[in-house]
Design a protein around this ligand. Structure first.
Ligand SMILES: [Zn+2]
Ligand SMILES: [Zn+2]
Length: 115
């Protein structure tokens, strides 16, 4: 552990949560939000926490994020399915109609794995 940022002769016991400055027992400022070097650093982190905890905008943002992610996963799923289908065609060779029917049946069964 380093020495205190304010007292070069004292060993630091903690670090400021905001600026990561090493602090001795005398300099550390203990608050409900954590340990800080100054009221300034406390205010910065407190402001950040209040911003991320405030309900309205964040919740709306999260809903949008999930919708976007769901669409994205669906596209990825389709791409993977198409890629696998192409792989099946090139490695297993669908030549006759019964082969094709068998493959479709396989995919029809496999749909429960995806949806
Ligand atoms: Zn600080
Ligand atoms: Zn100190």
């Amino acid at each position: 552990m380093a020495t205190c940022a304010n007292h070069p002769i004292k060993m630091a016991t903690v670090r400021c949560k905001t600026c990561n400055k090493p602090l001795c027992n005398e300099c550390k400022m203990i608050t409900d939000d954590g340990i800080f070097c100054s009221e300034e650093c406390h205010a910065k982190t407190k402001h950040f926490m209040e911003k991320t905890n405030s309900s309205g905008a964040v919740v709306e943002h999260r809903t949008k994020f999930i919708t976007k992610r769901t669409v994205y996963s669906f596209i990825v799923l389709l791409a993977v399915a198409a890629g696998t289908a192409m792989w099946f065609r090139s490695t297993q060779g669908v030549e006759s109609f019964s082969d094709f029917k068998g493959m479709v049946a396989k995919w029809w069964d496999a749909r429960y794995l995806f949806f």
